[in-house]
Design a protein around this ligand. Structure first.
Ligand code: NAG
Ligand code: NAG
Ligand code: NAG
Ligand code: NAG
Length: 208
């Protein structure tokens, strides 16, 4: 009995000492805009542990490695850097490798949501457009306080970004009276919401 008990205690101690080691990444699931820079810090809670960020595409850049932690600097962030980043680490005297990852969320938000009016084949349109945006925004447009429905979307890809135009048909009678239109575009990134607004005033009798 005694040898087993001893073995069990040793095993338990071993498991415990292993369980106490873990990696910490900071920040957790960061949200960044294209062009920004960010530092990803990965650390391990054992003295003289070794950690390193892994990944082929982006980490050629700048990684600072010190005992116990590693800081990866990402500069001029682009949409292609969006995704999971892995960090791996070991502790001296332990063969086990530890892993932790974080999710980098990248978005691109232009300053302008542009509203315009257009006419094609005798049909009036309210057009609302946003250029070089990612991911695709949600759009809501109002005439006064009335939400407009039945729109058409036209999006083209420019690299990783979208140029998008949303269009609504404007009835002739609306066209001939004063009308105030406003739109709000919302970009959703990992629970955060970024907004842009645009307005257009059409005064009586203006024909495009
Ligand atoms: C990274 O984390 C380690 C451990 O918490 C800390 O000592 C170090 O100062 C941090 N470095 C940066 C640049 O945040
Ligand atoms: C940042 O990246 C974009 C393309 O993604 C490039 O056009 C621009 O020149 C870069 N800026 C810097 C400062 O490197
Ligand atoms: C998207 O919009 C940008 C900014 O106006 C423009 O430079 C680019 O040519 C457009 N891309 C496409 C594919 O039309
Ligand atoms: C406005 O939207 C209509 C319908 O989608 C489209 O045919 C027209 O080219 C658009 N005009 C502009 C200036 O984007």
């Amino acid at each position: 009995m005694a040898p087993c008990l001893l073995r069990c205690i040793v095993l338990q101690l071993f498991l415990l000492s292993n369980a106490q080691h873990y990696l910490t990444v900071h920040p957790v699931d960061p949200v960044v805009s294209t062009g920004e820079s960010i530092q990803l810090n990965c650390s391990i809670n054992c003295p003289l542990g070794t950690v390193a960020w892994k990944g082929l595409d982006i980490f050629v850049d700048k990684q600072y490695i010190a005992p116990g932690y590693s800081v990866q600097t990402l500069e001029n962030i682009s949409i292609s850097m969006d995704g999971t980043k892995h960090c791996e680490g070991t502790c001296p005297g332990h063969r086990k490798a530890y892993q932790k990852s974080l999710q980098l969320h990248v978005y691109a938000l232009p300053n302008t949501l542009l509203l315009s009016s257009d006419m094609k084949n005798g049909i009036h349109y309210l057009n609302c457009s946003m250029e070089l945006v990612y991911p695709l925004p949600e759009i809501s447009c109002y005439k006064g306080s009335k939400l407009l429905d039945e729109r058409t979307d036209n999006e083209i890809l420019d690299g990783d970004l979208f140029n998008i135009t949303w269009s609504w048909v404007v009835p002739e009678e609306d066209w001939l009276s004063d009308a105030f239109y406003w739109c709000e575009a919302q970009v959703h990134v990992n629970g955060q919401v970024f907004k842009r607004e645009g307005t257009l005033y059409i005064s009586e009798g203006i024909h495009t």
